[in-house]
Design a protein around this ligand. Structure first.
Ligand code: UT7
Length: 348
């Protein structure tokens, strides 16, 4: 029976550091407020020009591929998770394929926001288990900084997010009990509009309670207009409290589901790597599951919330710091827009 193992892992974050204090130049906020509510001290922003979701993904992928002892030309499938693609379409997968000189392999882009990487890993796991592919590149990358409202109006959303990329190469293993043990994916669209970027989109706003009345609605809402920028509807919307409330329930639930499936308990986890949504959420989850500090890895303090990139960046940093050893039980878990959530249990 084939199982999938993470054969190589890498991450990349842009060099530009923006501290909480730096953000006070643009909006009415404070280091104290941001740290108290989110744990974040600083985040990275990509260069405005020249650095994109794809270029960051390439840097992370190069490291993952090298550590897997393989080459870009040996990769036989790409799964790219992002909510901030270089183009509305096509997705970043084909850009990465082209720029890395890969063969004419399949490239799948997925849009599951903060759970994007866990969803991508689960898809890759199925392809490896069936023997269809042998070297899958799974990427999570985000350039949030291009579309955040840096005025005081947007402070509840913009202070949280940062840019970066993480990647893994998944390969088959026949080693008994090693690799990805199981993955668990969920969604509930009941609160889809509570964390979303509505435009540009083809709906013309029909799902929204307070549909703005611009003349452009006649065009189906596809266009980004001056009015949208002025009234803030062009930017991501988040009902932070609704997200928080759901996240603190669904994180423990989906971690518990993964443990139960494998007849394990929280005490068996060597390292939980939760999506870095908010340090307070991670701490709540830790407390609920009664995990010690050394059983949970967080790095949101330095990078903010990098959505699809946060799990692979954190996983890679933890591994580089020697916090993941051969035979360890590693749990990945994520929750985000959609809502979507998921977990993966890995015997390293
Ligand atoms: O990956 C999934 C993505 N999202 C999340 O995980 C987010 C989950 N939610 C959260 O992390 C929190 O809800 C936030 C950190 C986003 C917000 O914290 P909160 O405790 O829910 O604050 P709030 O939105 O209820 O706002 C409280 C006050 C408001 O002022 P008033 O109305 O009480 O006067 C806000 O205007 O804090 C104000 N505020 C800020 N003040 C300074 C909101 N953002 C800021 C800010 N700096 N950046």
């Amino acid at each position: 029976m084939l199982q999938s193992k993470i054969a190589g892992i890498g991450y990349y974050v842009p060099k530009n550091v923006y501290t909480n204090q730096d953000l006070t130049r643009f909006m009415d906020t404070s280091d104290e407020w941001i740290q108290e509510r989110t744990g974040i001290k600083e985040r990275r922003y990509a260069d405005r020009i020249g650095e994109t979701t794809t270029t960051m993904a390439i840097e992370a992928s190069k490291i993952a591929i090298e550590r897997a002892g393989t080459t870009a030309q040996d990769i036989d499938f790409i799964i790219f998770a992002t909510l901030s693609p270089d183009y509305y379409f096509p997705g970043c997968g084909v850009l990465l394929q082209r720029e890395m000189g890969m063969g004419e392999i399949g490239a799948l882009d997925i849009r599951n926001q903060c759970s994007g990487f866990v969803y991508a890993l689960s898809i890759a796991d199925q392809f490896i288990k069936t023997g269809m592919y042998k070297n899958i590149l799974v990427v999570g990358s985000e350039k949030h900084s291009f579309a955040l409202d840096y005025s005081t109006r947007g402070r509840g959303v913009s202070v949280i997010f940062g840019d970066g990329a993480g990647a893994v190469v998944l390969q088959p293993t026949t080693e008994e009990g090693k690799g990805i043990l199981s993955t668990h994916l969920h969604s509930d669209g009941a609160e889809a509009e509570k964390l979303a970027m509505y435009y540009p989109g083809a709906s013309g706003g029909i799902w929204l309670d307070n549909k703005p009345e611009w003349p452009e609605q006649e065009l189906g809402g596809m266009l980004m207009t001056k009015e949208m920028l002025e009234d803030g509807t062009a930017f991501p919307y988040m009902d932070g409290q609704a997200v928080f409330k759901k996240a603190v329930v669904k994180f423990p639930e989906v971690i518990g589901e993964a443990l139960a499936k494998n007849n394990l308990t929280p005490a068996d986890i060597n390292l939980l790597v939760p999506h870095q949504a908010n340090l307070r959420i991670a701490q709540f989850v830790q407390k609920t599951l009664r995990l010690r500090d050394d059983q949970v890895f967080n790095n949101i303090q330095r990078y903010g919330n990098t959505t699809a990139a946060s799990v692979p960046i954190a996983l890679c940093e933890a591994w580089e710091e020697g916090k993941i050893k051969d035979g360890d039980l590693v749990c990945l878990a994520a929750f985000g827009a959609g809502f979507t959530w998921g977990s993966a249990l890995i015997r390293w």
